[in-house]
Design a protein around this ligand. Structure first.
Ligand code: NAD
Length: 331
């Protein structure tokens, strides 16, 4: 199949090209993000391949459909960026990569947590400046803390397995509790109780109408003073304005985020020569107890290789008219 890749970064192109030989597919890599202006680049292709911040809203889907394209392979797991109703009406076939490496994302969640708990980012800078003082570097143990995990799918489970190695008590909230996790000693509780009892909260559920802004002023009121919140899932799970207010009051002790509500115009780009226009992320960056990474939790060699493998498999199955293992359910 002739596939137009949008929003391509060099590290992705490399991993796809490494597996392309002999596949019979033909890939063209565009750096441009998919939007109404760039969609015409897809003319003449059989399918497009897009990433998390390429919006597949009704207007874009109609435009692609007008070029005779109704096949999309997402090189990501989440699909909240798609207007599923419109995709159904326009008869789109959309596949994704559901679980390329849950461990990559879970390990990054822990990287955020351990950086915040032991201030290694500050120590790194200090020591390079010949400043070997320990004042201000006192951390906290993860051992014996209560960790609340919201969403115990593939990534939540991988996160729990790591947390258990640290000797933590694990509470969880999920719409569908998992028996294997219960057998491992995870206690599923109503959301309110998880918020109430956790020293550390880690978010691993998808962004849906139900989960939008699940961490807001009301939820923060239920949490312990000084709670640590880690979010590697989707930015809009957290109401940023409320989180800033929680940080100012000391309600949130530490915040580690790999995703941000308004990340779309910031992340995956080098904006170091530009004036930052986003007041909320600018404010977040002023807090000494906030750590932000730019949606890199997925970025390991192992995950990139798996994303390429599964995307090629999805294209093979679409081309062969086979049953699709990784089809996104529409509407
Ligand atoms: P998954 O589908 O395996 O698991 C999601 C779990 O969340 C399921 O068990 C589901 O029942 C539960 N859930 C759904 N709605 C919920 C709600 N309102 N409250 C509580 N639980 C709810 O997904 P996954 O592979 O574990 O990925 C989780 C999320 O991580 C994805 O949706 C995506 O947004 C995000 N993600 C981020 C990165 C990154 O690089 N930062 C990479 C991959 C995935």
């Amino acid at each position: 199949m002739k596939v137009a890749f949008f929003n391509t970064k060099p590290y992705e192109q490399k991993s796809f090209e490494a597996q392309l030989d002999g596949s019979g597919h033909d890939f063209t890599f565009f750096e441009a993000k998919l939007d109404l202006d760039t969609a015409p680049l897809a003319k003449g292709f059989d399918a497009i391949c897009s990433f998390v911040n390429d919006h597949l809203d009704q207007a874009i889907l109609e435009k692609l459909n007008g070029f005779g394209i109704n096949k999309v392979v997402l090189r990501c797991a989440g699909f909240n960026q798609i207007d599923l109703e419109a995709a159904k009406v326009l008869d789109f076939t959309i596949c994704r990569v559901p679980a390329y490496s849950p461990e990559a994302v879970a390990e990054h969640s822990f990287a955020l947590l351990l950086t915040l708990s032991r201030k290694t980012h500050k120590a790194f800078n200090r020591v390079r400046d010949n400043n070997f003082s320990l004042v201000g570097l006192t951390g906290f143990n993860i051992h014996q803390k209560t960790i609340g995990v919201i969403g115990t799918g593939a990534i939540g489970k991988a996160f729990i397995r790591i947390a258990m190695g640290f000797g933590c008590r694990i509470l969880a909230y999920d719409l569908y509790p998992d028996q294997k996790m219960k057998d491992l000693g995870v206690s599923y509780l109503p959301l309110e109780d998880v918020l109430n009892q956790s020293d550390i909260l880690s978010l691993h559920c998808p962004l849906t109408e139900d989960s939008f802004h699940m961490i807001n002023k009301k939820a923060l009121q239920k949490m312990k003073a000084g709670v640590t919140i880690i979010n590697t899932s989707r930015g809009a799970l957290i109401n940023t304005k409320d989180a800033i207010s929680g940080l100012k009051k000391g309600k949130i002790g530490f915040l580690g985020i790999d995703v941000y509500e308004q990340e779309e115009n910031l992340f995956f780009q080098n904006l170091s020569e530009e004036i930052l226009q986003d007041e909320q992320i600018a404010r977040l960056m002023t807090f000494p107890n906030v750590l932000i990474t730019g949606h890199q939790a997925f970025l390991t060699h192992e995950a990139l290789s798996e994303i390429a493998r599964v995307t090629l498999l999805n294209l093979d199955q679409i081309e062969a008219g086979m049953e699709l293992d990784n089809q996104v359910k529409l509407g």
